[in-house]
Design a protein. Structure first.
Length: 367
């Protein structure tokens, strides 16, 4: 039975209507300025480092009060202004025609319009500018990265994308799981018996969990984040948490990068400070902790100089102050050892499912 906290919405149609309206407003702003013989300009929040601040209210990085003005009247602004207006036109076509584009597609598509980007990072930066201008994630205007994540569990969804409206699918019906792309992440949630979400960093561990029927044993929805999860996956995790009121538990490698993956799922990243739909504040990182490396006597590798530098940087991040976050960073720096989820295989292929996972799920009751 679907235990919705909020009703699942026809998100695809609603998102299309909203973003179309916002894009038309950009076009009208530019057109009206030209019609009145004025230089068009666009104003939106600055994404500069000095305008990224930590919000205690939202428990994530957000943009401050500084703004950026892109004006056709400033020679330094003409290039980014033109790129931004072209991108708005391009994605408006995507939305209107019901098509999608990868980040890489955008970069190459620009060449067909004689629109120049020096490289992929410049193209990606303009996409982030448009996100900031619209106050919406790029998924709203049908631009996505290459998807890698997967999901499996007792969740029936109903597609809302054109051509597939009304079609239902249970995500328990394929042993390899289903790719988390835009069609799936925006689908309606129809029915589920799941009681939790278990997100794991590694595809190999995801496969192990499926083989050992962890999704059935714990009545869980399993998600392979494939490392740092793409936005479609983070959006899916957000929806599972808020719409279905399911607890989200995160398992990563036992290193500072795994700890950061968990933190990004829970409270976002500085790079997405202009977005609010990609965090799961109630999510819990349940391992692998530096503490676990010692407790379970896991095989380890020495931390590199870059690992140590990264751990030191994270210690200064306000999101990592206090609790398990600071404790585990301190322990990494003390012992300078790291491990992986697969390290449990030293004690048998099912050690992670038969011993470690039950221990952690029991422990989480007291967190």
């Amino acid at each position: 039975m679907l235990n919705n906290k909020q009703p699942s919405k026809n998100t695809s149609k609603e998102r299309k209507a909203l973003i179309s309206k916002l894009l038309r407003e950009i076009g009208k702003t530019v057109y009206d300025s030209l019609d009145q013989s004025r230089y068009p300009e666009l104003l939106f929040p600055s994404r500069s480092v000095r305008n990224i601040v930590y919000s205690d209210e939202f428990k994530q990085y957000v943009l401050g009060e500084l703004s950026v003005r892109r004006s056709a009247n400033n020679i330094k602004h003409i290039r980014p202004f033109t790129q931004l207006v072209w991108l708005a036109h391009f994605v408006n076509t995507l939305v209107r025609e019901g098509k999608t584009s990868t980040l890489r597609d955008v970069y190459y598509s620009a060449q067909a319009y004689n629109m120049e980007f020096r490289d992929q990072p410049e193209s990606d930066s303009i996409i982030s500018d448009l996100e900031t201008l619209l106050s919406r994630d790029r998924g709203y205007f049908n631009v996505y990265p290459e998807e890698r994540s997967a999901i499996l569990g007792d969740l029936t969804i109903e597609y809302t994308v054109p051509g597939y409206e009304g079609r239902q699918l249970n995500l328990n019906s394929h042993p390899d799981g289903y790719l988390i792309g835009p069609s799936l992440s925006t689908a309606k949630f129809v029915d589920t018996s799941a009681e939790m979400v278990l997100a794991v960093e590694k595809g190999g561990i995801f496969t192990r969990f499926v083989e050992e029927k962890i999704h059935q044993r714990y009545n869980a929805i399993l998600i392979d984040t494939a490392g740092q999860p793409p936005r479609s996956t983070r959006y899916m995790l957000k929806r599972l948490s808020t719409e279905l009121n399911l607890p989200v538990y995160i398992m990563t490698d036992g290193d500072v990068y795994g700890e950061h993956i968990a933190m990004v799922i829970i409270s976002g990243s500085a790079g997405s400070a202009h977005l609010r739909e990609l965090t799961v504040p109630t999510g819990k990182w349940i391992g692998v902790w530096a503490t676990d490396i010692l407790k379970y006597k896991l095989p380890t590798d020495p931390m590199t100089e870059y690992d140590i530098k990264r751990a030191t940087e994270l210690k200064r991040d306000p999101r990592y102050v206090g609790g398990i976050w600071q404790r585990e960073l301190n322990l990494y720096l003390k012992h300078k050892k790291k491990s992986e989820l697969e390290a449990f295989s030293k004690y048998g292929l099912t050690e992670i499912t038969d011993k470690y996972l039950p221990d952690k799920l029991e422990m989480v009751k007291s967190m």
